[in-house]
Design a protein around this ligand. Structure first.
Ligand code: GLP
Length: 253
C-alpha cells in the first residue's frame, strides 16, 4: 500500500488525476471504476481540464460506477447517474454505451446485480477503481458488518449514512434507504485501487481503515489485503496517520 499525504484538496485531486490520466495513457481502453460523493469532485474537474487542454481521450474507456440509490430515476438530481453525467461524462468524449451505472429503478434487483458483475467480467475486469470513504468506513455502499465475499448486491443503508446523505435532500423522508452497490469482492478484484480521503471528519476512520485490524466493522480495512492500493490523504484527514508513517519510516518499512 502506498500512502501519499497531499497538502490540500487541490493537491489530492491533482495527484489523483495524474494517476487516472496515466492509466488511460498507458491503456487507452482502460476499465475504470468510478466513485461519487464530494471527495472526487475536483478529480473529475481536473480530468475534464486535461481532456480539454491536452486531449486526454476517453473514447475507448469504459466506466463502472460503484453504486446507485434504489428508487431514484436517472433524471433525479440526487441520483448518482445524474451526478456522473453532470460532473463528468457530459464534458468528456466518453461513449454512452461504455458507461455502466446500476439501474436504481430496476424491477429485478437480483438480475440487475448479476448482470452488472457479468458486464464487468466481460470487459476484462476493472483496471483502476477510484474510491472515497464514508464516515463509518464504508466503500461504495458496503456498510459496516458487510460480508467480504459479497458481489454487487442490494444494500440497506446505515443510519449514519442516511444522516450524512440527508445534506443533499430537502427532507429526511426523501433520503433513500436502499442502494445497489458493488460488493467488497467486486472491488477487491480491481487490478489497482485509488482511495481518496479529504477533510478532518475522515481522520479517525482513515486511520482505522489503514492501521487497525481488518474487520467488517470498517469495510475499507479490507483494502490492506489488496496488492496495489494507492491512498491519497489530504493533510487534515491525515493528522492521525502522520505519526504512524514516521514510525514506519524509522523502522525502515
Ligand atoms: C457515499 C458514496 C461513497 C462515498 C461516500 C463518501 O456514501 N456511496 O462511494 O465514498 O459517500 O462521500 P464524501 O466523499 O461526500 O465524503
Amino acid at each position: 500500500m502506498r500512502i501519499v499525504i497531499a497538502k490540500d484538496y487541490e493537491d489530492m485531486s491533482a495527484r489523483a488525476a495524474r494517476i487516472v490520466a496515466g492509466q488511460i495513457y498507458l491503456k487507452p481502453n482502460s476499465v475504470l471504476g468510478m466513485a461519487t460523493g464530494s471527495t472526487p469532485l475536483m478529480l473529475y474537474k481536473e480530468l475534464i481540464r486535461v481532456h480539454q487542454e491536452v486531449g486526454l481521450d476517453f473514447t475507448e474507456v469504459t466506466t463502472f460506477n460503484l453504486d446507485e440509490y434504489l428508487g431514484l430515476p436517472k433524471e433525479d438530481e440526487q441520483s448518482y447517474n445524474y451526478y456522473m453525467f453532470h460532473h463528468f461524462f457530459n464534458q468528456i468524449n466518453i461513449k454512452k454505451e461504455n458507461i455502466y451505472i446500476p439501474d436504481g429503478m430496476t424491477k429485478d434487483i437480483e438480475l440487475e446485480c448479476k448482470s452488472y458483475d457479468r458486464q464487468i467480467q466481460k470487459k476484462g475486469g476493472i483496471d483502476l477503481q477510484v474510491l472515497g470513504i464514508g464516515n463509518n468506513g464504508h466503500i461504495g455502499f458496503n456498510e459496516p458488518d458487510i460480508k467480504f465475499e459479497a458481489t454487487t448486491h442490494k444494500v440497506k443503508l446505515d443510519e449514519e449514512t442516511i444522516q450524512a446523505n440527508s445534506r443533499f435532500f430537502n427532507t429526511m423522508e426523501e433520503v433513500p434507504r436502499f442502494a445497489i452497490s458493488m460488493g467488497i469482492k467486486t472491488i477487491m478484484h480491481a487490478k489497482k485501487i485509488l482511495l481518496l480521503a479529504s477533510g478532518e471528519n475522515k481522520a479517525e476512520v482513515i486511520h482505522q481503515a489503514l492501521f487497525n485490524g481488518i474487520t467488517p466493522e470498517v469495510p475499507a480495512s479490507i483494502l490492506q489485503l489488496h496488492q496495489d492500493v494507492t491512498v491519497i490523504v489530504e493533510e487534515s484527514a491525515a493528522k492521525l496517520l502522520k505519526p504512524k508513517l514516521q514510525d514506519l519510516q524509522r523502522t525502515g518499512i
